[in-house]
Design a protein around this ligand. Structure first.
Ligand code: Z5A
Length: 223
């Protein structure tokens, strides 16, 4: 596993069920960190590169029709491999803070726990596709499945949002299992609270992780 110290920069991923507020919070965090003088880059999955943004509608839109679990897993992973190669790794090497809306843990949660592909196989695939690049910190925005789905307007629901509640419950349970398995990397945040409260808690957790990693704004800018 590649660590922050070895490569410079700091890598934070946001995970959680639909509607848990990842997009809202990632932008708020980026603004707060930039205000403090950090060089911050925000990206999302699937997407963040030209190839990734082309893969995105195949996965989320209705046009491609039903996809097998393995087609999904490989397409999400292909978009990620490109994102790591083209964006995440180079920016980390320049000493930037990279914030990513979903990463490999989403494939484990959705295609592993949700669709039932063997977890160890999924873990190996992620390690190979990203050359072992693991986030320094993963924030789990914790919100019960029904509450998250209720926040997404019907017309905005994508192919995966429309899956059964049982599927989303497996994903949710999977997230909690992964967080328990690697407590040094994961931090859980109660995403049912008001967005301002959630934002303050996230900022607190990220600043604490940056302090522990010895990362300060001025150093990042001059890196
Ligand atoms: N997926 C996968 O299967 N495998 C993979 O490897 C990867 C992804 C990478 C990506 O969809 C889908 O692909 C996703 C997982 C799957 N699917 N599902 N289902 P996406 O990128 O379009 O969407 P998402 O990642 O699931 O996020 P989202 O549903 O758009 O929600 P969000 O980003 O977590 O939340 P938000 O957009 O910030 O907020 C949602 C609404 O809630 C919005 O109206 C906000 O104003 C409101 N909100 C936000 N915070 C609050 C609070 N605190 N209180 C009340 N209301 C709030």
């Amino acid at each position: 596993m590649e660590t922050a110290g070895k490569r410079g920069g700091f890598f934070v991923s946001f995970e959680g069920p639909e509607g848990s507020g990842k997009s809202t919070q990632i932008h708020r965090l980026a603004a707060s960190l930039a205000e403090q003088g950090h060089a911050v880059w925000t990206t999302r999955e699937p997407g963040g590169t030209r190839a990734g943004e082309m893969i995105r509608p195949i996965l989320l839109g209705p046009q491609a029709g039903p996809l097998s679990a393995w087609s999904e897993a490989l397409l999400f992973t292909a978009a990620r491999a490109q994102l790591v190669d083209e964006v995440i790794r180079p920016r980390l090497q320049r000493g930037e803070l990279v914030l990513c809306d979903r990463y490999s843990d989403s494939t484990l949660a959705y295609q592993g726990y949700g669709r039932g592909i063997e977890l160890e196989t999924m873990r190996r695939l992620q390690a190979d596709a990203t050359a072992g690049l693991t986030p320094d910190l993963t924030l789990l925005l914790d919100l019960p499945v029904e509450a998250g789905l209720a926040r997404i307007p019907r017309q905005a629901k994508d192919r995966l949002d429309r899956e059964t509640i049982a599927f989303h419950q497996r994903v949710y349970a999977g997230y909690h299992e992964m967080a328990a398995r690697e407590p040094h990397r994961w931090r859980q945040v109660d995403a049912s609270r008001d967005a301002d409260v959630v934002a303050s808690r996230i900022l607190e957790l990220v600043l604490e992780a940056l302090r522990t990693a010895g990362i300060r704004p001025a150093e990042r800018r001059s890196a």
